[in-house]
Design a protein around this ligand. Sequence first.
Ligand code: PEP
Ligand code: MN
Length: 338
Amino acid sequence: MIIVLRSGTTPQDVEAVTERLKQLGFGVHISQGVERTIIGAIGDERTVNLEEKIGVLPCVEKVIPILAPYKLTSREFRPTETIVSVGSVEIGPGRCTVMAGPCAVESEKQVRETAIRVKEAGAHIFRGGAFKPRTSPYSFQGLGEEGLRLLVKVREETGMPIVTEALGIEELPLVAEYADMVQVGARNMQNFRLLEAVGKLRKPILLKRGMMSTVEELLMSAEYILSQGNYQVVLCERGIRTFEPSTRNTLDLSCIPLVKKQSHLPIVVDPSHGTGRADLVEPMSLAALASGADGLLIEVHPNPVEALSDGPQSLNPGQFAVLMRLLRDMAHLVGRVM
Ligand code: PEP
Ligand code: MN
């Protein structure tokens, strides 16, 4: 951490800052310039909030962090990319893992038909919500445990592992009992108690970026999970809110290469929620893979016009099969296997 003092600071001010830093367990390196004094605080700045503790002193102009505030999630901590295993499927370097399925589990017929078709097209993991986070309390909320049972039937029939969302800490044990991978949705990205609870599981977690969250906040949320001992975390970019109304969200693909530099965790892209438009899913999926994503999450419904949620952004099985063929070509170009 670098501490820049205001102009006109006295030797007593420098002494006061130095003393405080030492009390907090930091080494001190003073650099006396002509106009300004700069103090380097030597120690682990992630465990003490120096911006708060030193930034309040009147002689301090600014406190500049050197290290990222996350530790276990960072590339420095683990220089090689993490591989996350979901059943027999791997997510990580050299692969393009596709998770596909409906927004919500609606009926046995709907999930069965979708699962058979997406598997045929080459999907690796089946997705579907049994507990749905809906903006309106009057909208379809999901089938609950019955939905989880239907997902397990799909796994038994197709062999695809299943990923599904836990909306709260109360239902987490139930969801974890059925699911191969537990999803923490965008709205829960900063539900810190839920993050700690999934951190105590020994199951892979799909952590979606909050729609109003920065990349640093996403990585800090992952840190909550890793700090509890669970390193099997896959990040997911699913679009953020901007002033642009033509798409449901603005898909932030630049965060993919950025996250890859800062973290060892795999990251996948969800162009379905990211755009809210079925016609944009194909181009954005290809762009996601080209930008370095480790996989995709795609909503597929046998008949999108009749979907109980997110129909406008869902592909039908035929469109999904076309997308998978194009993705295979792109995967080949970027040196990934599908
Ligand atoms: C979902 O994947 O079904 C979902 C609700 O996504 P998000 O949390 O990104 O809105
Ligand atoms: Mn959805």
